[in-house]
Design a protein around this ligand. Structure first.
Ligand code: SF4
Length: 329
């Protein structure tokens, strides 16, 4: 019998915090001790209760809370910030299909996520309600079929694991029918923020595939990784997936060697390999999270002194038009 069920994660998602006042009350933090909220509600608060339960009660500076608390500072764009900081729009190969690099292309499967990260570079992407429409998927699949140079399909978003298993199973089957594809990569924050999403049924879909599977999760701070997250990563690995982690270097969250060291060790214990540490993409209103490159380089040098090389993530930046992620430093 399944120990986790699809109903459970969907119920958890429905029950997520959507009102800042309710999250503040849950954390025993007076709203007066938190940054003032933006006037606009275009990218509203969204936090699963399980993720909120990993925040420190009574601490308005908690690093997990800082990632999700809407802040009036988001309304102010610095001159170098952009709505589309990494050139997603100019990389469109078909509606909802991006190709920036050789041999792989990325499907923007949905605009929905289980959490709204305030620094998200894709928060202004023109998702539309037809993102999962059959006609759109047919065009994306045809783009994979007609380009034999593509070896890897990347399902991203939003968060692809927010889609029902039936849709995911059908996407995986369609991609398997493209003979030149060998790898399926899934970019998802759900194993971290809503680990119950990694159901046995989802794992069955992944393990039955002829494609090699990489799941790239997204954790920024060691406190995000608890026993449930480790268990979810374990289920993905048992299903045959390689599990990697990408983080974003964020001021006030993980801009310290101690935190990054503990993050790498927690990932290793959970079974996920540290992969990328991204320099923050300059999306509008994100400057409170920015860390100077020189500081990031110093942090990585310190990690190299403390950790084996396989636990030191690559510090990179995405630059529009470049043929790969660009190493910083
Ligand atoms: S889960 Fe990923 S896509 Fe969704 S808001 Fe967070 S960073 Fe953006």
């Amino acid at each position: 019998m399944d120990t986790v069920s699809e109903t459970t994660w969907q119920d958890e998602l429905r029950d997520a915090f959507r009102k800042p006042s309710e999250l503040a009350a849950f954390l025993d933090v007076s709203p007066s001790r938190l940054p003032p909220l933006p006037e606009s509600d275009t990218f509203p608060l969204l936090v699963p209760r399980g993720f909120a339960s990993r925040m420190r009660k009574g601490d308005p500076s908690d690093p997990l809370l800082r990632q999700v608390w809407p802040d009036a500072a988001e309304s102010v764009a610095a001159p170098e910030e952009r709505l589309d900081p990494v050139g997603d729009l100019s990389a469109r190969k078909a509606p909802g299909l991006l190709q920036k690099y050789a041999s792989r292309a990325l499907v923007v499967t949905t605009g929905a996520c289980a959490v709204h990260c305030r620094y998200c570079f894709r928060q202004n992407f023109p998702y539309d309600e037809s993102a999962t429409a059959p006609s759109r998927w047919a065009a994306q699949l045809e783009a994979f079929r007609s380009d034999a140079s593509l070896r890897e399909a990347v399902l991203s978003g939003g968060d692809p694991l927010i889609l029902p298993d039936s849709v995911l199973a059908s996407r995986v089957a369609d991609l398997e029918s493209v003979a030149h594809l060998s790898t399926l990569r899934i970019h998802s924050r759900l194993p971290v923020v809503l680990p119950s999403r990694i159901t046995r049924n989802l794992c069955r879909i992944l393990s039955a595939s002829r494609l090699r599977i990489a799941v790239v999760v997204h954790a920024n701070h060691p406190a995000e990784i608890d026993a449930q997250v480790a268990s979810a990563v374990g289920r993905l690995r048992e299903a045959g997936a390689v599990v990697l982690n990408q983080s974003v270097l964020l001021a006030g969250v993980n801009d310290s060697a101690d935190v990054l060291e503990r993050l790498s060790l927690a990932l290793w214990d959970a079974g996920a390999m540290p992969y990328y540490l991204h320099a923050l993409d300059r999306v509008e209103g994100s400057s409170r999270f920015r860390v100077a490159d020189a500081d990031g380089i110093r942090l990585i040098e310190e990690l190299r002194r403390r950790l084996p090389g396989y636990l030191v993530p690559r510090f990179v930046r995405e630059i529009e038009g470049e043929p790969s992620k660009t190493p910083v430093g």
